[in-house]
Each structure stands twice: as structure tokens, then as C-alpha cells.
Design a protein around this ligand. Structure first.
Ligand SMILES: [Cu+2]
Length: 528
């Protein structure tokens, strides 16, 4: 468990609309403090993080979520509207205060509709014990698919049953774009990210998939990676030539600089083309690049290195095998969980359009009535469309999650926990657990596309109910969670009622209720 440093790091963020052109193509985006990506939050393990968030948007709410932090005792600061809080009303401010209870690499992002796909996101680095040797920390490397339409237009496409296609792929918010492929205002050669290497040194790269949809395949020409952490969980180091990241996933990797003086190499993030990859792209610019320059290299010249990524790697829509990703600090999950739930992910018509179901319902939240506040008020009967799974005071929960959809993997994210991944596969789970004494843990795991109509893909996950709260369990693809691929895990409601809620929870709802008494928010999606 995390220490208490007694220190608080403070940030002041404003979320605004802004025209941005990270790849040279101008679009209506959302920014934090005028920047995309937003400013980095940096803290030490055991610090408190206090973030004052101002909503400078004129006609919609907002909220920020701190991905992967557990929010033990502070479920109202998890930043999910309709779940733990009301949205921050236009012109209003909310102060979040929570503990840096994990260390490693993560990100924050708006959890209000698909605002983060418009740019409202940024990196978080929490410094902790050094779990492997390296010479230099290169910091966060954010991999983002990128769309030239504004997020609301894309959500609208999604809710009509359409599929938004990404137009580009950014590394740390930069890429070039062939301007002939767009009718929008476009400046060619907007520029790519650049890194410096010294022969023989070891570098730490903190990779984060901050995409709306894409599964990123990250490579560096001529170099291998030693993976030391997946999400917030340190793992036994293993070597690979490609890092696969579903949306929300992170990997901390070490790269040994094996190149010669004056050489240069491309760093690549590949999404592939539609049907020949794992992502929905328009095929124009599905490969993002950045440049690595060794000592003495001319940094005005682009590298000439070639990619080692194979078609087999590009088209494998799954994380590295569970047998390979072994946690450094073993935790054995209960062999017999207190309760088990099967959950089927199905894409089907709601009578009007095709949307996502988890078991019987497609999620739709009520911004004015956060589930957590209802639980606190002892209202434990919820509308079906809130998709609340009340696990009561069970000590542990196992969920067997089946993906019946053959055309997309789903990066399944659980808030409030680093869950165990007991198994993955196709068909019906046979009950066999991979590494039963030390199962892989993380906070996002890909469930692969179904093999065919009769053969779903599955993951089996398990967590201990040691963190009273209402925790989202959802696909992290922005368009899928907008389309309802979401449940609320209600954990220990009786213990939630014993928590003392700070006044900011009621104040934020009061401001939101006032704003919505004269304004109608255009909630065309699930709300998340
Ligand atoms: Cu999904």
C-alpha cells in the first residue's frame, strides 16, 4: 500500500473550446489550459493531488477522470458524471483531491461524453520505487488516433449506427498529414516529435494509448523493448519487438540504444487499415511516426530506417499472452470467488439504431442523479438503463465477459481496481486459470473480436471488494461507451453509506441542477 508523504501537489486546469491543428489540419477541439495534449501532472507515490478544474465550455458540462488511480475512500473524485458526481456546469469550478496511491504512468481525460476524443486529456507520471535500471526517463509518449471532425459530430455518427473512421495517428500530439486528402484548412509538414539517444544508454519510455478507438502497435525500427510495467502493475521484465496497447492501456518499457553515432530511426505507432489491422481508420495516415536521433545526427533530416512490424503482429487484436505478463509482486486471487457473473457484450438494435448491450441493457446515465449519491441516500432501486450490478458485500467478484461481436476488440476498463485477468480465449471458458498463483493484473484488458457468430471471445476477470464505491466497468473505445457498452459495479453499498461525502459533491450537483433548469444539455449518447 502507498505511503503518506504528507505532501500535496496542486494544479489549476481550465477546459475550453479551441481550434487546434496538431497535424496541420484545423479542427474544433477541446483543450486543457489552452494546450493539446494538456499539461502533465507529476507527483510522488503517496502524495495528494489537488486539481482545480474550471469548466470554460459554454453549452455542456465536463469532468476529469484520473485513469487507474483507485480513489479509496474518495469515490466521488473519480470524475465520472452520472456515476460519482454531477458534471461541472459551464462557468463553474470543482476541486478534486485524491491520493497518488499507485506509481507509474497514466493519464487524465474528460469522462463527459466523448470530449476526450476532442482533445481534453493529458499525461500523469507518479514517481515511485525504481523497478528496473535505466539511464534516462524520456517521459510520457502518448499515442492517439486522430479525427478531423469535432467529437460531437462523431458521437452523432455513432448514435446513428455509423462508424467514425480516424484520419491520422499522433505521437505526443504531433504528426504530418497529406493536405491533398482533406478539404479542411491544412498546413503541410506540421512536424513530428523528436527524441535524442546516446549509444549504449538505456531509456525509459512511458507509453500511453490515449486514442478514441484504435489499438496501437508501437515499434522502433532496429530496437527491442523490455517491458517492466503494464498499466500500474510492475511485471517480470520480458523482451518484445512490438507493444500492443488498447485504449487506456499503458506500458513502461526500456529501450537500449543499440544504434551508432549519427544514425537515426523511426519510432512508429501503427493502426493498420480497415480490415488489415485492429482499428477503424480511413487508411490515409494510419501510421504515426516520431524520430530518434543519435549523437551527432543531423536532426533536420528524416530517418531512412524501415519498419520491422509484421502483418501477423499488426492484425493480432489481443494483448501479449497472460503467460508472458507476470506480475513482479505476486497476488493470488481467491480460487472460489464469493460471486460470479457472466456478462455478454452484444451489438444489436434498440428498436431505432444499433447500440451496445452488456447483458440486458444499453447504458444511459442521468447527469442530474449520480448513482453514488443515490446509494448514499439509501435509494438502491435504479432505472434499468443505469445498468447497476449490485455486488453487495461479497468479498470477491468474478466476471466472465464474452464478446459476441466479430469486428472489434474491446479494451475493458474497470475503475477502482487493478483486476486479475484469470483467462482469455474463444468459445466457452473451460475454467482453467493462467498462472493461478500470480495472475496478471491491470486496469484495462483487451477482449478479442469474436471468432465467428457462434464462437465468442472471452476474458475472465476477478477483484476483491475492498474499495466501497460505484465503479464503471466499460469498453474504453469512446464510440462504444457512448453507445452504452458500460455497467456500474456497485461495491459494498452499506459501507458507501458510512462514508462522509465532502460538500463539493452536493455543491457541484446544485450548480448543475441550476444550470439545467434553464438549459437542456444535448445528451445524445450514454453520457460517458
Ligand atoms: Cu468496445
Amino acid at each position: 500500500t502507498a505511503p503518506n508523504t504528507g505532501r500535496t501537489v496542486k494544479y489549476d486546469f481550465t477546459v475550453s473550446y479551441q481550434q487546434i491543428a496538431p497535424d496541420g489540419v484545423v479542427k474544433n477541439g477541446l483543450v486543457v489550459n489552452g494546450a493539446f495534449p494538456g499539461p502533465m501532472i507529476e507527483a510522488n507515490w503517496g502524495d495528494n493531488i489537488e486539481v482545480t478544474v474550471h469548466n470554460n465550455l459554454t453549452d455542456e458540462g465536463t469532468s476529469l477522470h484520473w485513469h487507474g488511480l483507485l480513489q479509496v475512500g474518495t469515490p466521488w473524485f473519480d470524475g465520472v458524471p452520472s456515476v460519482g458526481q454531477c458534471p461541472i456546469a459551464p462557468g463553474k469550478t470543482m476541486v478534486y483531491n485524491f491520493k497518488a496511491d499507485m506509481y507509474g504512468t497514466t493519464w487524465y481525460h474528460s469522462h463527459y461524453s466523448a470530449q476526450y476524443a476532442g482533445g481534453a486529456l493529458g499525461p500523469i507520471v507518479i514517481h515511485g520505487p525504481k523497478i528496473a535500471n535505466y539511464d534516462e526517463d524520456l517521459g510520457p509518449i502518448m499515442l492517439s488516433d486522430w479525427y478531423h471532425s469535432d467529437y460531437f459530430t462523431l458521437v452523432n455518427v455513432t448514435m446513428q449506427g455509423g462508424l467514425p473512421l480516424s484520419n491520422n495517428n499522433l505521437i505526443n500530439g504531433k504528426a504530418n498529414y497529406p493536405c491533398a486528402s482533406t478539404s479542411a484548412s491544412c498546413t503541410p509538414n506540421a512536424g513530428i516529435s523528436k527524441f535524442q539517444f546516446q549509444t549504449g544508454k538505456k531509456y525509459l519510455l512511458r507509453l500511453i494509448n490515449t486514442s478514441a478507438e484504435g489499438i496501437q502497435k508501437f515499434t522502433i525500427d532496429g530496437h527491442n523493448f523490455t517491458v517492466i510495467a503494464n498499466d500500474f502493475v510492475p511485471i517480470k521484465p520480458y523482451t518484445t519487438s512490438v507493444i500492443t496497447l488498447g485504449v487506456g492501456q499503458r506500458s513502461d518499457v526500456i529501450v537500449t540504444a543499440v544504434g551508432a553515432a549519427k544514425s537515426s530511426y523511426y519510432m512508429r505507432a501503427d493502426l493498420g487499415t480497415f480490415g488489415a489491422g485492429c482499428s477503424a481508420t480511413d487508411g490515409v495516415a494510419p501510421e504515426g511516426v516520431a524520430a530518434i536521433y543519435y549523437q551527432g545526427a543531423d536532426t533536420t533530416v528524416v530517418p531512412t530506417s524501415t519498419s520491422g512490424l509484421t502483418t501477423a503482429q499488426l492484425t493480432n487484436c489481443a494483448n501479449d499472452p497472460l503467460s508472458e505478463t507476470v506480475a513482479l509482486c505476486p497476488i493470488t486471487p481467491a480460487a472460489k470467488p464469493a460471486t460470479t457473473k457472466e456478462i455478454d457484450i452484444v451489438f444489436k438494435s434498440n428498436g431505432t439504431n444499433f447500440v451496445w448491450y452488456m447483458n440486458d441493457y444499453s447504458f444511459h446515465g442521468d447527469y442530474n442523479s449520480p448513482v453514488l449519491s443515490d446509494v448514499k441516500a439509501n435509494n438502491l432501486t435504479f432505472p434499468n438503463e443505469w445498468n447497476v450490478f449490485n455486488f453487495g458485500s461479497n468479498s470477491s467478484v468474478r466476471m466472465v465477459v464474452y464478446n459476441t461481436f466479430a469486428f472489434s476488440a474491446h479494451p475493458m476498463h474497470l475503475h477502482g481496481h487493478n483486476y486479475h485477468v484469470l483467462a482469455e480465449g474463444f468459445g466457452t471458458w473451460d475454467g482453467v486459470v493462467t498462472n493461478p498463483n500470480n495472475t496478471q493484473r491491470r486496469d484495462v484488458q483487451l477482449v478479442a473480436p469474436a471468432q465467428d457468430a457462434n464462437t465468442p471471445a472471452y476474458i475472465v476477470i476477478q477483484f476483491n471488494q475492498d474499495n466501497p464505491g460505484v465503479w464503471p466497468f466499460h469498453c474504453h473505445i469512446a464510440w462504444h461507451v457512448s453507445g452504452g457498452l458500460y455497467i456500474n459495479v456497485l461495491e459494498r453499498p452499506a459501507d458507501i453509506q458510512k462514508l462522509t461525502f465532502p460538500s463539493v459533491v452536493a455543491d457541484t450537483c446544485s450548480s448543475w441542477n441550476t444550470w439545467t433548469s434553464t438549459n437542456i444539455p444535448d445528451q445524445i449518447d450514454s453520457g460517458l
